[in-house]
Ligand binder design. Structure first.
Ligand SMILES: C[S@@+](CC[C@H](N)C(=O)[O-])C[C@H]1O[C@@H](n2cnc3c(N)ncnc32)[C@H](O)[C@@H]1O
Length: 232
């Protein structure tokens, strides 16, 4: 029986280019490369994880699917040792945004080869957008999805060496999402509402503690304006 993915990993999979050589970093059970290989999307893959348990489970699942010749495995931290594979696309899903940024920073080969990055951070998404902008990565596309009641964001980026400054609004909502908001009203609305909830909680806490929340309030106003624009 073919592997099935939930909406989150399915959306990550949809960002991988047909014929790619994929590196799935922090692969856990290797569901992503197995699904893509079973659907003839890959020319090859390497599935890696820092922990022994996940990589053993990945190896077993890959062997059970009869894909050991196509999908290699590596027990390694981040992208260490992955440069020996002819990787075109890298997926890093289900980790914190700052951890993802650290993994990218430690791997110069992705900048030299302009490897496509498909990133699905769980937290610290504004911080990751800022890092990518400051370190010379261009966001080519962003997609969002709901899975089991949770909202997930996927960022597709590639290194072009141009450093960019982004404002708070762009860090929170994503310049790509702002530019494409009318094409993707439903997800953009969810994105705005999610950040407004978080910001309003933060503002309440700051004001209670006697801290200056001017910047947060300004950002909340800007997001509210974006939301109104999409609703009218
Ligand atoms: C929450 S799971 C996500 C699994 C899968 N990528 C997904 O999105 O469903 C995170 C995985 O990343 C692995 N991991 C954490 N830090 C890592 C690192 N620095 N390098 C490689 N793998 C790492 C963990 O062992 C774990 O298997």
């Amino acid at each position: 029986m073919k592997t099935k993915l939930d909406n989150r990993l399915l959306t990550v999979a949809s960002c991988v280019e047909k014929g790619a050589y994929l590196a799935d970093i922090g692969t856990d059970h290797a569901y992503l490369p197995i699904y893509l290989a079973e659907n003839d999307m890959l020319s090859g893959a390497v599935a890696s994880d820092i922990h022994k348990g996940p990589i053993e489970s990945a190896r077993k699942n890959i062997a059970d699917a009869g894909l050991s010749d196509l999908i290699h495995t590596e027990l390694t931290d981040g992208l260490h040792g992955i440069e020996k594979y002819p990787v075109t696309d890298i997926a890093i899903a289900g980790m914190g945004g700052m951890m993802i940024a650290g993994i990218l920073e430690a791997a110069p080969f992705i900048r030299e080869r302009k490897t496509r990055l498909i990133l699905q951070p769980m937290q610290h998404i504004p911080e990751l957008r800022r890092e990518l902008a400051e370190k010379g990565y261009r966001i080519e596309k962003e997609v969002q999805t709901m899975a089991e009641g949770k909202f997930y964001q996927i960022l597709c980026a590639v290194y072009d060496g141009k450093t960019r400054e982004i404002c708070d609004l762009e860090a929170y909502l994503g310049a790509y999402n702002i530019a494409h908001k009318t094409e993707n009203k439903e997800n953009f609305t969810l994105l705005c509402k999610r950040h407004l909830d978080i910001l309003n909680e933060k503002i309440k806490g700051m004001e209670k503690g006697g801290h200056d929340a001017t910047a947060e309030r300004r950002l909340a106003e800007e997001i509210t304006r974006e939301l109104r624009e999409i609703e009218t």
